[in-house]
Design a protein around this ligand. Structure first.
Ligand SMILES: [Zn+2]
Length: 422
């Protein structure tokens, strides 16, 4: 090849590699909700370029080559978030024990289940979710990698890897001869050193958040053990989420420095006050009674659906009155005939309403508060210049009726329209 031909070839390759000029998207937002402030601004224009919001305002000029999306009759807000999902997990229906999935489902199967479920939730308006374990051998993390590659459109996912707990995972009273079959999903860690090692293992395989299950048995983590976990997680820039129901185990979790209590169904008023004082989030996974009734009764703490349903509403009401920071978390893991996972997640809104939480506070718990807990509030959770364009819209006012969230009819993820307005 002559030198001039070589130069022409290089020039052609450079031209080929040059990025196309970014297409600007202009969204006309009739009513734009700011969940952090609980306010609505009318007649706004949101400009989006390269997946991010570049400006928001009433008077923003729309570039003439921009693609215009007309949401002028819609209520527009940041994408919803769920801080407690299990997208790679769905209980096998029937009388099989909850552990049956460890035996019957491979990690590959679970990843594909996660792809399906996370897209169902994205389509309903959940643009970010924190998945807190039960992902076999890192099925959520493999899914997250595939989404990062751009092979599929999906939500922003934070994954916990294996759940770390005292001996036995979340299985209680198994015969000794079946061995540690739960290690498919859990890491046994029974001292501060073992906890540190388990956290290293999870981070090595890609965990974004550290999840402990503290009081699934008659024994539970000490304050010292929780503190070791919090130090180790925080040193690596991760939040520490701890499954705990109540009692002394919850005292240890709150005092030990966890970032969030997951569930906390039995938290007392004093414990909730301590959480407020220490800035610990409640991710209440506030199950509706009908969902509790459908859960596998292998967990004795979930056995009486009616009683527990009432207890959850009372606890959520107390947390709300005390002013505990709350991030929305669903924990939906069962199927209901004819209903999607998203339908079931929206059922939790009735519990929040029954507990007297205002629509404004519910919207905050589903957006900015989650973003804060997930440590992504500089990137997501708000419609403002510099944030990723995770934007949803619905045809009514969710402040008037929070159930309007079920009618989300437009979803944009990282500046890409996933669900066109209909
Ligand atoms: Zn859970």
């Amino acid at each position: 090849m002559s030198r001039s031909m070589f130069r022409k070839l290089i020039a052609a390759l450079v031209l080929f590699a040059a990025p196309a000029a970014a297409q600007t998207i202009a969204i006309r937002a009739g009513s734009l909700i700011d969940p952090a402030k609980g306010t609505v601004s009318k007649g706004q224009v949101i400009l989006v370029e390269n997946g991010k919001i570049t400006s928001v305002g009433a008077g923003a000029a729309i570039p003439k080559d921009a693609q215009v999306i007309d949401l002028s009759k819609e209520w527009v807000m940041p994408g919803l978030m769920d801080a407690h999902t299990h997208v790679t997990f769905e209980e096998i229906p029937g009388k099989a024990p909850f552990e049956a999935m460890y035996l019957k489902q491979s990690t590959a199967y679970r990843s594909l289940q996660g792809l399906y479920t996370s897209r169902v939730l994205l389509n309903a308006g959940f643009t970010t979710m924190r998945d807190v374990g039960n992902e076999a051998e890192y099925a959520c993390i493999e899914l997250r990698k595939a989404l990062h590659e751009g092979w599929f459109t999906g939500p922003t996912l934070q994954c916990a890897g294996k759940i770390i707990g005292p001996f036995g995972g979340q299985s209680k009273g198994m015969p000794e001869e079946v061995g540690g079959f739960w290690l498919h999903e859990y890491i046994d860690a029974d001292s501060p050193d073992e906890i540190r090692k388990a956290i290293h293992q999870n981070i090595y395989y890609g965990a974004d958040v550290i999840k402990l299950a503290s009081d699934n048995s008659d024994y539970f983590y000490t304050e010292e053990e929780i503190r070791a976990a919090a130090d180790e997680a925080h040193n690596a820039g991760r939040a520490l989420a701890v499954h705990v129901y109540g009692g002394k185990a919850a005292d240890n979790v709150i005092r030990g420095g966890a970032d969030s209590v997951e569930h906390g169904f039995e938290l007392t008023v004093d414990q909730l006050k301590l959480m407020k004082e220490k800035g610990v989030y409640l991710v209440g996974t506030d199950f509706p009674e009908a969902h509790l009734a459908g859960l596998n009764p292998s967990n004795d703490k979930l056995a009486d659906a009616k009683k527990l349903g009432e207890k959850i509403i009372a606890r959520l009401s107390n947390a709300n009155k005390i002013g505990v920071k709350m991030a929305f978390g669903s924990d939906t893991v069962t199927g209901m005939p004819g209903r999607t996972r998203a339908d079931m997640v929206f059922d939790y809104l009735a519990v929040w309403r029954a507990a007297g939480v205002s629509p404004a506070d519910i919207l905050k718990a589903m957006t900015t508060n989650c973003a804060d807990l997930l440590r992504i509030n500089k990137e997501r959770g708000t419609i403002a210049a510099g944030q990723y364009a995770d934007i949803i819209a619905m045809p009514g006012d969710p402040f008037g009726d929070i159930e309007t969230l079920r009618k989300v009819n437009f979803v944009m993820k990282d500046g890409k329209v996933v669900r066109p307005v209909n």
